[in-house]
Design a protein around this ligand. Structure first.
Ligand code: UD1
Length: 375
């Protein structure tokens, strides 16, 4: 039986995936030529890391939830593969679409390629050149087996060309995370409301910090040093610190919980998307190891101290507000002092970060998949 429309199965699993898939599903629906299906691997499962983003970003409920939960890299990846295979075998999609660089991205891509289903990778070609990062392995391998590579910045085109990927497969479309930001910014929750709802007195000026990378939270000495740096900064401006569940667990296991009790550190549970946008927009400076926040601060023009030794998103440093400071306290404090003294970068909006990336993706996929299925 001929299908009415080609099916695109979109797979998501972790918090940043949800933000990216929201605009893509909306654009596929607006375009109308393809039928999006949504599969959630269940890599992230807490309400605050998961459902809340579906509500904030108006993402339809998944058609299937694989409920894999947490585990070692091999266990999580293997479990996703085993549970996704029968879903794809039954749906027989014309395309699998994945976003970003989390374990769900690679696991889903491996299943699809072995079933002969072409893959579209959104946010392809980013490289930190640090193979100790699990995400770098996920990026390289997903790109190698993808047929459509949608990139957010031009350096990604060079990275992919160096790895032997045909230019014909690469499409520079802009950044779907910034599509979500532009759409939701008018609904951003004011920081004072988020803080009051958490029982905290809202400060006039604050720094916003997030941490979750294994390189920062899995080593007790590094984690302790970063918390000390946050406390030093907190003596000048309070540091609002929403805690990723992984980071909270690591702080407790390392016996560092007392460092969070200082009045200059304001911890919060993980926030929803509209709360985070409000906190970001009003922050004087953001300290983070998150890739998404590097991009969002660039789009918002808020100074960002990137707590890593590299970035796979160099446009946020070259044109945006990000300064790479690693996890060395002296370097972090010097960069913070520069921002306090008004020595800040003047950001430019990166090319095509205009809120239209998902629409470009839907057009390219609609044109090619419909042409193929009509043949
Ligand atoms: C994952 C991604 C990372 C991304 C991040 C965003 C990989 C390899 N890493 O890291 O690239 O930047 O998501 O958040 O895919 N946990 C909960 N509740 C949840 C989810 C996780 O408590 O809903 C805890 C569990 O203890 C779990 C730990 O967080 O073991 C780590 O979760 P996991 O999905 O393995 O990796 P993240 O650190 O979240």
């Amino acid at each position: 039986m001929k299908r009415e429309k080609p099916i695109v199965t979109c797979v998501v699993g972790a918090r940043p995936n949800f933000i990216k898939i929201g605009p893509i599903i909306a654009a596929l629906r607006d375009d109308g030529r393809l039928a999006p299906h949504l599969v959630h691997t269940g890599q992230h499962y807490d309400y605050a890391m998961n459902e809340r983003f579906f509500v904030d970003l108006d993402i339809p409920a998944p058609d299937a939830n694989l409920a894999v939960g947490s585990g070692t890299h091999a266990a999580q990846t293997g479990e996703i593969m085993m549970r996704l295979e029968p879903v794809l075998a039954e749906t027989k999609p014309d395309l699998l679409l994945v976003v970003g660089d989390v374990n769900s991205t690679l696991a889903a891509s491996l299943v699809a390629v072995k079933l002969g289903i072409p893959i579209a990778h959104v946010e392809a070609g980013l490289r930190s050149f640090d193979r100790d990062m699990p995400e770098e392995i996920n990026r390289i391998l997903t790109d190698q087996i993808s047929r459509y590579l949608f990139v957010t910045e031009k350096v990604a085109i060079e990275n992919l060309a160096r790895e032997g990927i045909s230019q014909k497969s690469i499409h520079f479309v802009g950044n779907v995370m910034i599509d979500a930001l532009r759409k939701c910014l008018p609904h951003a929750k004011p920081a004072r409301e988020t803080l009051r709802a958490a029982g905290r007195e809202p400060p006039d000026v604050y720094a916003l910090a997030t941490l979750h990378r294994p390189s920062n939270v899995d080593d007790d000495a590094v984690l302790s040093r970063l918390l000390d740096a946050f406390r030093r900064i907190g003596r000048e401006v309070p540091v609002i610190f929403p805690l990723h569940p992984r980071t909270r667990t690591r702080i407790e296991k390392a016996g560092l919980a007392a460092k969070l009790e200082a009045p200059e550190i304001v911890t919060l549970d993980p926030t929803g998307y509209v709360e985070m946008l409000g906190l970001l927009k009003e922050a004087s400076v953001v300290l983070t190891d998150s890739g998404g926040l590097q991009e969002e601060t660039t789009a918002l023009g808020v100074p960002c101290l990137t707590l890593r030794n590299n970035t796979e998103r160099p446009v946020t440093v070259e044109q945006g507000t990000s300064v790479i400071v690693g996890n060395d306290a002296a370097r972090i404090l010097t960069a913070f002092a520069d921002i306090r003294a008004g020595r800040m970068k003047r950001p430019r909006q990166p090319e095509l970060w205009d809120g239209q990336a998902a629409r470009r993706i839907a057009t390219i996929l609609g044109d090619t998949l419909c042409a193929t299925s009509n043949r």
